[in-house]
Design a protein around this ligand. Structure first.
Ligand SMILES: *[C@@H]1O[C@H](CO)[C@@H](O)[C@H](O)[C@H]1NC(C)=O
Length: 345
């Protein structure tokens, strides 16, 4: 369910971390019931930490963060509120379905996204929007204090909503209760909200399609991160696979960015990571020649020994011969030998 919602609302709110905080509710109503998929669900976030949920199967508000269990009475109240909201919002969905002349045989998914943002200076912003099958239908305009249609077919619906004075009620809820909850939860979720520096692990793999470099970045918070592979310190290598940021159970995130490369003489590769916990871009170079460089060192060592032996032998022969004419000849032969050795290297 959570995955579905994030797919539909890919364009979420701008991330607000430093100083300001956001409480968001995502409500999903499906016009038809399917086994295993609750018809109605609420997922609640503080910033991008999912802290609570409710659905039409459990009919309970469940905290997803252990430390919030201290608010048992508050949660009971929230459960009652959510049960009432489930009824009114299902009715609201039926109204929309009628108003838009939708065929009841088809399954529609309605989503409501509501949020309050508490800024550092104490001011509050509120957002609310309703979407049908992933498309925006109506949005709450906080300047005009009313719902505005996002599409032509939602004009009537917006008018109706504004007549019902829902707009004002929503605004009052979002500005008061929503921010109260946010202030209540924040100290208990703080652990999850502190910035965590990403850790990085690079690896490579070989397949029929060639060499792949992987940059795994993990243990970071908040979620927003930029990870890319750079060739020769300047050219970005585009990844053919879309990398997804995945949540970890401890509230941190991870991502793996992989690129295909054709091995090239002298080319260098590095993974560049930008994250709000870092003062500047973290650059981790990929050591391509680890194995080869070992062999190079061995070859150089062998070469040096051979050279010493060759010179030693030459010197020995030279001394044995004790003739100056002959020795001239010898030295040039030795020089030829060393050149050959270098070619082998
Ligand atoms: C829960 O609701 C009751 C009745 O409305 C109210 O008296 C009480 O203060 C609420 N408790 C909390 C913690 O919100």
């Amino acid at each position: 369910m959570a995955c579905y919602i994030s797919l539909v609302f890919l364009l979420g709110f701008p991330a607000m971390y430093s100083g300001s905080h956001t409480l968001q509710f995502y409500v999903t109503i499906s016009s038809a019931a399917y086994p295993g998929l609750p018809q109605y669900s609420i997922i609640a976030y503080v910033d991008d930490v999912q802290y609570g949920r409710y659905n039409s199967d459990t009919r309970r508000c469940e905290p997803l963060i252990q430390s919030l269990m201290v608010f048992s009475e508050h949660l009971e109240n929230q459960t009652k509120l959510a049960q009432q909201t489930e009824i009114t919002q299902k009715a609201f969905m039926n109204l929309i379905t009628d108003l838009l002349n939708k065929n009841y045989d088809i399954n529609y998914v309605f989503q409501t996204k509501a949020a309050c943002v508490l800024h550092e200076d104490g001011t509050v912003d509120v957002y609310k929007e309703v979407a049908l099958d992933g498309k925006e239908l109506i949005v709450f305009d906080k300047e005009r204090q009313e719902f505005v249609p996002a599409t032509q077919e939602a004009v009537l619906l917006a008018q109706l909503l504004n007549k019902q004075a829902n707009a004002m009620e929503d605004k009052i809820f979002m500005e008061n209760e929503c921010t109260q909850h946010l202030t209540l939860y924040l100290p208990y979720i703080k652990n999850y909200l502190d910035k965590k520096v990403p850790r990085v692990k690079l690896s490579s793999s070989e397949s029929e399609s060639g060499t792949k470099l992987h940059c795994r970045v993990y243990g970071f918070y908040p979620r927003d991160v930029e990870v890319k592979w750079i060739k020769n310190g300047r050219d970005e290598i585009h990844s053919e696979e879309a990398a997804q940021i995945l949540p970890n159970p401890d509230g941190t995130y991870q991502i793996r960015v992989s690129v295909g490369v054709t091995p090239e003489e002298g080319a260098t590769y590095s993974c560049h990571i930008d994250h709000s916990s870092l003062e500047k871009t973290l650059v981790v170079p990929f050591e391509t020649e680890t194995k080869n460089s070992h062999i190079t060192y061995i070859l150089i060592a062998v070469g040096v020994i051979v050279l010493f032996l060759a010179f030693g032998l030459g010197f020995f022969i030279q001394r044995k011969m004790k003739g100056f004419k002959g020795s001239q000849q010898r030295v040039s032969t030795n020089e030829q030998e060393t050149t050959q050795q270098e070619n082998i290297l």
